[in-house]
Design a binder for this molecule. Structure first.
Ligand SMILES: Nc1ncnc2c1ncn2[C@@H]1O[C@H](COP(=O)(O)OP(=O)(O)OP(=O)(O)O)[C@@H](O)[C@H]1O
Length: 258
């Protein structure tokens, strides 16, 4: 079980404050949804958790230890415009995700080990609805299918922390609802902590156990670069999604008002 702690974290670019005074503890196995206006620093928050960016001030601790300086396979990510490997087929892309995780030196898997990974990849690809496209290349897939592939590639390593930057925004509503179910099932079946950026509030509450809103609290007309965004709302979502009685709760589709 993984705990994440932000201790007075600030992020500035060339003296421009993007994020400020971020202090929060994320409980083990949380599913945190981040919402906020465009440009308020949500992706920057994820990139700091991935070690693609470092805080200008403050500390980020995972299980009580400072984050490693480099990205590691126990932190998976799916970005909105994630590029899978164009020269590999759908199946090869997912298998490669596991091969990266299996060897520090990116060694290929052979024999029984490879057979098991291929089986796992096939099962995951079926869950994301790509079974009929195993031998296709990413350029032959729609944008939505490419995102499902990116998700399968990230999930096959069963990361301890999964970071999602609007991964479902491009999917059509039917597939999106199916992937929501898949995402919740995978999250429940593992100890994974998920942190997801979304612009869709209903998605935030549908998937999240906790919803964080980022916003700039103060603005200065004379010094527009002086203030960054911080957490302005921090809501626990009810009912708790960990509860066994909520696991197969039917989803209610809101009726459109005419
Ligand atoms: N490497 C960088 N160098 C300079 N400025 C950057 C860098 N990365 C991000 N920024 C700036 O930081 C601010 C926050 O960017 P970020 O992408 O984190 O916002 P966001 O909330 O994810 O936006 P959106 O919802 O539109 O995706 C933006 O003004 C952006 O221009």
């Amino acid at each position: 079980m993984t705990t994440i702690s932000f201790q007075n974290v600030w992020k500035e670019y060339d003296g421009r404050v993007v994020l400020e005074k971020l202090s929060l503890d994320i409980a083990p196995h949380a599913f945190v949804a981040l919402v906020g206006p465009s440009g308020c620093g949500k992706t920057t928050f994820l990139r700091m958790l991935l070690s693609e960016e470092t805080p200008t001030r403050g500390r980020i601790l995972v299980d009580g230890k400072e984050l490693p300086r480099e990205p590691t396979v126990d932190r998976g990510v799916v970005f909105q415009r994630y590029s899978v490997f164009p020269h590999l087929t759908v199946l090869e892309n997912v298998v490669l995700g596991k091969e990266f995780a299996g060897s520090k030196f990116f060694g290929a898997l052979f024999g029984e080990a490879r057979r098991k990974v291929v089986e796992e990849a096939l099962a995951l690809l079926e869950e994301v609805g790509l079974s009929a496209s195993l031998t296709k290349y990413p350029a032959q897939l729609s944008g939505g299918m490419q995102q499902r592939l990116a998700l399968a590639q990230a999930l096959i390593t069963r990361p301890k922390i999964l970071l999602l930057d609007e991964p479902f925004g491009a999917l059509d509503p039917g597939i999106r609802a199916d992937i929501h179910e898949l995402m919740l099932r995978l999250w429940r079946e593992t100890q994974m902590t998920v942190i997801m950026v979304t612009h869709d509030l209903s998605e935030a509450f549908r998937l999240g156990t906790r919803v964080l809103a980022f916003e700039r609290k103060e603005n200065s007309l004379l010094e527009p670069e002086r203030f960054g965004a911080t957490i302005t709302r921090d809501l626990d979502v009810w009912p708790p999604k960990h509860a066994p009685w909520n696991v197969s709760a039917p989803r209610k589709t809101p009726k459109k008002s005419s």
